[in-house]
Design a protein around this ligand. Structure first.
Ligand code: AHG
Ligand code: MN
Ligand code: MN
Ligand code: MN
Length: 335
């Protein structure tokens, strides 16, 4: 076979971890299985009765789409069955799912935070959507009950993170802190195959991604930066091109490959920012930084924020290192 499969790759890389007993590998395999099942439904969404709203609101105040609910169920089932995960924090559940309740002390060592279906507003429109996951190791291995302190770890403690993009092809991109690798699903054999080894984000780019409809709600330094992007300056490749899909996974996937910047700043409507720290910003920040990019939430590195709540929101400016530094300079009043 010409390509290495995700399963083969995970087993090969297991040797990178001194403490590895195969548990993280099995957890990643379980996530890969959930991804394939979700992919199957996303692909036939127009045929199956799976488009539209479920009629239920989630903790975010959003009406869940049927595919949000389906994707959430697939992750929970795969992670519960696998036995390596002891706690799931999902966008679609107000409280985390404590798997140790049923399994007593025989539960796994890992905590998984997940955005089961990212880009809900694009589901019914045949536009790319995704899934995002973030994995932490338990800090109190001896304790039976899991504590919130163990769940609310800062992003720099992630042991692995990744996303799946259900696009014109389906890809799984992940990191375990030793670079970033991308796998494309070959539907003919039903396997994710290594197609993008050791992904690196260019240090700069010429695409900016922001929901400009919110322009009037942005802080002044963001407004100034957007104008800077639009100014003609051939030496720095400006004006930049604007692209905004509205699925964070898809916008970040493009940014990772071509270079560029993605911004979801604090707004007058969302003073803390809109995107969620645990299962959107942290995993994508880990991946982008592992690929050589940068992610800021205000003046702080996204990965350094100490979370206090499962569904905490944060602002984010993420992408090519030089472009993020320019936004930082705007924030510091240096421009
Ligand atoms: P989700 O579908 O998981 O709730 O996430 C939606 C997020 C993210 O995917 C996207 O980048 C952002 O919301 C778009 O928000 P706006 O419509 O406010 O731009
Ligand atoms: Mn999302
Ligand atoms: Mn979602
Ligand atoms: Mn949502």
């Amino acid at each position: 076979m010409a390509f290495k499969t995700l399963g083969q790759f995970i087993i090969e890389k297991q040797a990178d971890f001194p403490y590895a007993k195969g548990e993280l590998s099995r957890l990643l395999r379980d996530i890969g299985i959930a991804a394939k099942v979700i992919n199957r439904e996303v692909n036939k969404a127009g045929l199956a009765d799976i488009l539209g709203e479920s009629g239920v609101q989630n903790i975010q105040g959003e009406v869940q789409k049927k595919l949000d609910v389906y994707a959430d169920e697939q992750f929970i089932e795969a992670l519960s069955r696998g036995g390596e995960c002891c706690y799931i924090a999902s966008e679609e559940h107000e409280d985390g799912i404590d798997l140790s309740v049923n399994l007593g002390c025989r539960h796994g060592k890992y905590i998984v935070c997940v955005d089961p279906l990212d880009g809900s507003s694009n589901i019914d429109l045949n536009v790319s959507v995704g899934s995002i996951f973030s994995i932490y190791r338990r800090t109190k291995q001896d304790g039976c009950e899991i504590s919130m302190e163990e769940v609310l770890q800062s992003g720099d403690k992630q042991v692995a993170a990744g996303y799946i993009i259900y696009g014109s092809s389906t890809m799984l991109v992940y990191t375990t802190g030793k670079g970033v690798n991308g796998f494309t699903l070959d539907p003919s054999i039903g396997e994710f195959c290594l197609s993008h080894p050791d992904m690196k984000i260019p240090a700069s780019g010429n695409i900016y991604a922001v929901n400009e409809g919110n322009y009037l709600k942005f802080p002044q330094y963001i407004k100034d930066y957007i104008k800077y992007c639009q100014v003609e300056d051939p030496a720095s490749n400006r004006p930049y091109t604007s692209r905004y899909i509205g699925s964070m996974v898809a916008d970040l996937h493009r940014t990772l490959i071509t270079g560029g910047i993605f911004l979801y700043p604090e707004t007058s409507q969302y003073p803390q920012g809109k995107l969620r720290l645990l299962y959107e910003c942290n995993p994508l920040a880990f991946i982008v930084e592992q690929a050589g990019g940068k992610s800021l939430s205000g003046r702080e590195s996204t990965l350094n924020i100490q979370p206090t709540q499962l569904h905490q929101r944060t602002s984010i400016v993420i992408g090519s290192v030089q472009m993020v530094q320019t936004v930082q300079a705007f924030m510091d009043g240096l421009y």
